[in-house]
Design a binder for this molecule. Sequence first.
Ligand SMILES: Cc1cc2nc3c(=O)[nH]c(=O)nc-3n(C[C@H](O)[C@H](O)[C@H](O)COP(=O)(O)O)c2cc1C
Length: 326
Amino acid sequence: MPDLSTTYMGLRLKNPLIAGSSGLTGTRAGLLELQEGGVAAVVLKSIFEEEIAAEYDDALSEAARKGMSLESYDYYDYELRGAHVSQYVDFIREAKTAVSIPVIASVNCTYSHEWASFAKDIEAAGADGLELNMFFLPSDITRSSDEREKVYLQIVDRVLKQVRIPVALKISSSFSTLAQMIDRLSKTGIAALVLFNRFYSIDFDIEKMTVTGAGSLSSPAELAGPLRWVALMSRRVGCDLAASTGVHDGAGLIKMLLAGAKAVQASSAFYRNGAGSAGVMLKELSAWMDRHGFKAIADFRGNLSQAESVDPGVYERVQYMKHYAG
Ligand SMILES: Cc1cc2nc3c(=O)[nH]c(=O)nc-3n(C[C@H](O)[C@H](O)[C@H](O)COP(=O)(O)O)c2cc1C
């Protein structure tokens, strides 16, 4: 049997497959199924700063209607944030008693103020790591990319000052200078970057002429984006890279490792095929390693990264020129 063990964010993992943050990692039963299925670690369902803020806004309007004083705002702020965080902290504790694999907590950050102090509570609850899920849709035409990017760096800086557990940052590919931003973020002191998150998208119902939500699960074809970027950036950045989006089978897992990922996250695959599909993916990885004579992940990880390539230009080709398209 080949050795599938690896390290990611300084954590020792029995294999490189991690259950990404989703509804499946938001319940004790889901976590147990995923552990049973074979994943090496779980990223818990995120706590959403946005939800806390929305609830806070409601409470503020209510307080204003009742003619409450400004000081009570602080009270609401403290109470509401506290209640949400303590629920999440309880869930981390529950997760840690339920499963024996590493548990990575997840925070969806929207603003750079205040919430960084939650990170301390998350650490105290026993989380083995913290993943920050950060994305601001670049739709504001009055904000420069510089201004937007500063917010990412500020949030990371604040969180890193609060905790000692390893911190990962899960980002989107929506940066004007993506390679430079990945490089900068990787040198902030974070332990890992997760490339990339997949976001809620809108769709239109053309009969009702209304805005609806697009499907929430990825397809295997979506692997192409993160595959290219993991291959471009691995062996060039100052932290681990995890791949995320579009990994639905053993082949997808192997491709991401060949690109240079230290770990690979999957979510949609477990929704579609059940938590047991983790075991199938890992069996496919083992069988492939046997076939190719690899005894450990390090024997082949990054072998198809751009840094190792004799034809680096192929990773940067973007046009379907006749010559290449055949
Ligand atoms: C139903 C559902 C809920 C999700 N919730 C979260 C979340 O709370 N936090 C987060 O960072 N990502 C969340 N994600 C995104 C996944 O972690 C992952 O990045 C995305 O689905 C792409 O990976 P996949 O192709 O393996 O599904 C969610 C995805 C799904 C399908």
